[in-house]
Design a protein around this ligand. Structure first.
Ligand code: FAD
Length: 387
């Protein structure tokens, strides 16, 4: 066990930190205020290999190991969670799903363009009646001649309003014993697609410059080769995707926590009350110490999950632990960061109110904290709380 980053990982951290400080941080407040999708940032990140981190070079990626992928995601998350969410969906949910489940033809067709940021992807699992109960899919895909015809509604889908391609889960067999059976993943080339439309979800609490939308499918016809993985294996594709997506959320949350520490330490040294910097008060130091311990622990849990992923082993358990802890820790850190900033933390003059609004979703999306705990509980007890 070696707790030191390799020289390559340190270089990735430095490069991403510099990019984030120069290109993302200066725009974060304005993009948040205007709910502006960060297209131009994604375009600038791509030539640096940041939009295809863990994808092999032969498919246009940077071929990074998962610790480096976590480092990139943390640094982007430290700067702006909206950009990080966009990137997490693009890389972890879309690119890695295609890498892990796609045919050679699908990999060659989509991965290079996704890694260049020329295509934006989304991952559509959630439905109005299928949130935590993700297997309860109502969207139907019916075989019709040499095509599939899809009908249904997806909701709360990140990037959906701006996406060029969607990985979408639908029910292809309604007569299975278990509801997670009979599902299939599809790749939809959605721009201008007949029977496919979206509606943006406005006025979100946080992640305001990330796009979130509903998807409506009305007799949306797809060719046979739009299937990703095997027919009937859609739940496996989705859960494998979530293992990567949750990992990325966890790493992004370490970034939020680190941003909270950095902002709070600076402010606590500068702000004078009772003729002393507030950082000299023990109750302020208590909050900062708790943030530091939480952040360090969260980062180590993310690296542990990354280590399992680097070995090519299944990481569901380690990823759920990391996602649960890191997202709850980010929320605690952001709450304390606002407290340390006092009234000034309550307006967007300082970034901590955005950190708090952005952290809030992390214990909800890609599986709520309750669901993560039920996965961890199932693993240690051998008893399922849900099917
Ligand atoms: C900003 C944003 C972006 C998102 N992006 C995507 C995306 O890109 N793709 C996608 O597919 N989805 C996405 N989602 C959806 C997200 O994954 C779901 O919101 C999440 O899984 C929870 O589902 P739900 O909202 O239906 O809540 P519900 O499942 O209705 O849960 C409501 C509450 O009940 C609790 N609960 C549910 N079941 C249990 C149980 N068995 N035991 C204990 N408690 C339980 C939950 O923990 C929660 O507290 C996004 C959501 C948001 C807010």
């Amino acid at each position: 066990m070696d707790f030191e980053l390799t020289p390559e990982q340190k270089a990735v951290k430095e490069m991403t930190r510099r990019f984030a400080e120069e290109e993302i941080v200066p725009l974060a407040r304005e993009n948040d205020r205007k709910c502006r999708f960060p297209h131009e940032i994604i375009k600038k990140m791509a030539p640096m290999g940041l939009v295809g981190g863990p994808i092999p070079e032969k498919y246009g990626g940077a071929g990074l190991d998962f610790i480096s992928h976590a480092i990139v995601t943390e640094e982007i998350g430290r700067a702006c969670s909206s950009v990080r969410t966009t990137l997490s969906v693009q890389v972890s949910l879309v690119e890695l799903c295609i890498l892990n489940w796609g045919t050679e033809e699908q990999k060659r067709k989509y991965l290079p363009a996704l890694c260049k940021g020329e295509l934006i992807g989304c991952f559509a699992l959630t439905e109005p009646g299928a949130g935590s109960d993700a297997a309860n899919q109502s969207t139907r895909a019916i075989s019709r001649g040499d095509k599939w015809a899809l009908n249904g509604t997806k909701t709360w889908i990140s990037n959906a309003g701006v996406a060029d391609i969607a990985i979408l889960i639908a029910r292809t067999d309604a007569d299975t014993k278990e509801k997670h059976e009979g599902l299939t993943a599809f790749i939809i080339e959605c721009k201008g697609k007949k029977g496919y439309s979206t509606r943006d979800i406005e006025n979100k609490l946080g992640l305001r410059s990330s796009n979130t939308a509903e998807i409506f499918l009305e007799d949306c016809e797809l060719p046979r080769n739009a299937v990703l993985g095997e027919v009937g294996q859609g739940f496996k594709v989705a859960m494998g995707g979530l293992d990567n997506g949750r990992f990325s959320v966890a790493a992004g949350c370490v970034g939020i926590s680190q941003a909270c520490i950095d902002a709070s330490v600076k402010y606590a040294k500068e702000r004078i009350q009772f003729d002393r910097p507030i950082g000299s008060f023990q109750l302020i130091q208590d909050m900062i110490a708790r943030m530091v311990v939480d952040t360090e622990a969260a980062r180590l849990l993310v690296y542990k999950a990354a280590d399992v992923k680097n070995k090519g082993e299944r990481s569901t358990h380690e990823t759920s632990i990391a996602k649960y802890f890191a997202s709850e820790a980010a929320l605690r850190a952001a709450n304390m960061a606002v407290q340390i900033h006092g009234g000034y933390g309550y307006s967007d003059e300082f970034p901590v109110e955005r950190y708090l609004r952005d952290a809030r979703v992390a214990t909800i999306y890609e599986g709520t904290s309750e669901i993560q705990k039920l996965i961890i509980g199932r693993d240690v007890l051998g008893l399922r709380a849900f099917a």
